[in-house]
Design a protein around this ligand. Structure first.
Ligand code: SF4
Length: 262
């Protein structure tokens, strides 16, 4: 998958040098301070992207306190567990924030299903990436092309592919816009402490042993001692547990290429 998007030229987007300085400065800032900075700088040109997982719910709660008019969006792949749809509605009820829901292009999906079947992801890594591209990456790209900044729930502790995440980055994969990761230096324990302290709604699958929640056919609960993201695409061996939204699925966090088996 090759991104060929044109570099964004918005005056709101800091230069690479400025982002480097900000990244150093932001290392000691709280998530709420980062959200305040983001909304002040970018206004409606920034949005929170969330899959309504635990970190995303904590960010949503913080954003509601910092600026209840903040834009929030999610991608409905069409294969999400019912529990995720339920938490979308719970979040709407709790915060009164309009959560924008974006879907895959129906013609693209129909073509993929006609050619590869409804569950192509179990057959090969490349077909799994194709499905993620159609159902997640392409809809996300359509949203991001009208933004100057997006906020994510990435944490360094989630997996080896995320260990180098900074609190602010230039997102070269999406035309050079700004990516803000307010929870970069948090871990899941801190997230759950926050959720419990502020009684934040969360996906009920967490109560069944799930630690990372994506599409229903591609997510399972983890076993004792497994990595937090081990339940994602659990049948794959040695492949990065990424879909291409946050980093190329061929990245292993060190900019080395992973082998892609067809
Ligand atoms: S997680 Fe699975 S079902 Fe969801 S988009 Fe990726 S391959 Fe398709």
């Amino acid at each position: 998958m090759v991104q060929t998007e044109k570099k964004r030229t918005s005056k709101l987007i800091p230069t690479a040098e400025e982002v480097q300085k900000l990244a150093d400065e932001f290392e000691d800032k709280t998530p709420e301070e980062l959200l305040r900075w983001t909304f002040d700088r970018f206004g409606g040109r920034a949005a929170i992207c969330t899959s309504l997982q635990s970190g995303g719910m904590a960010i949503l709660d913080m954003a509601h306190k910092v600026d209840p008019s903040a834009r929030v969006f999610t991608i409905d792949t069409g294969r999400l567990p019912q529990e995720t749809y339920e938490v979308i509605d719970q979040a709407r009820d709790r915060y009164g924030m309009a959560i924008e829901v974006y879907s895959p292009d129906q013609d693209d999906l129909a073509a993929m299903v006609a050619k590869h079947g409804i569950n192509p992801f179990y057959r090969s890594y490349s077909l799994r990436l194709l499905c993620c591209e159609m159902r997640k990456v392409n809809p996300l790209n359509r949203v991001l092309k009208d933004l100057d900044a997006w906020v994510t729930g990435l944490m360094r502790t989630q997996s080896s592919t995320r260990k180098n995440v900074r609190k602010i980055e230039i997102d070269e994969t999406h035309g050079g816009i700004v990516k803000i990761n307010p929870l970069a230096d948090w871990d899941s324990k801190q997230v759950w402490e926050y959720i419990r302290e502020y009684d934040v709604p969360y996906n009920s699958l967490y109560d069944k042993g799930y630690t990372s929640i994506g599409c229903a056919p591609c997510t399972r609960a983890i076993r004792p001692g497994e990595d937090e993201r081990a339940g994602r695409w659990w049948w794959e061996r040695g492949m990065p547990k990424e879909c291409g939204i946050h980093m190329g699925p061929q990245s292993n966090g060190n900019n080395k290429k992973a082998e892609v088996k067809a």
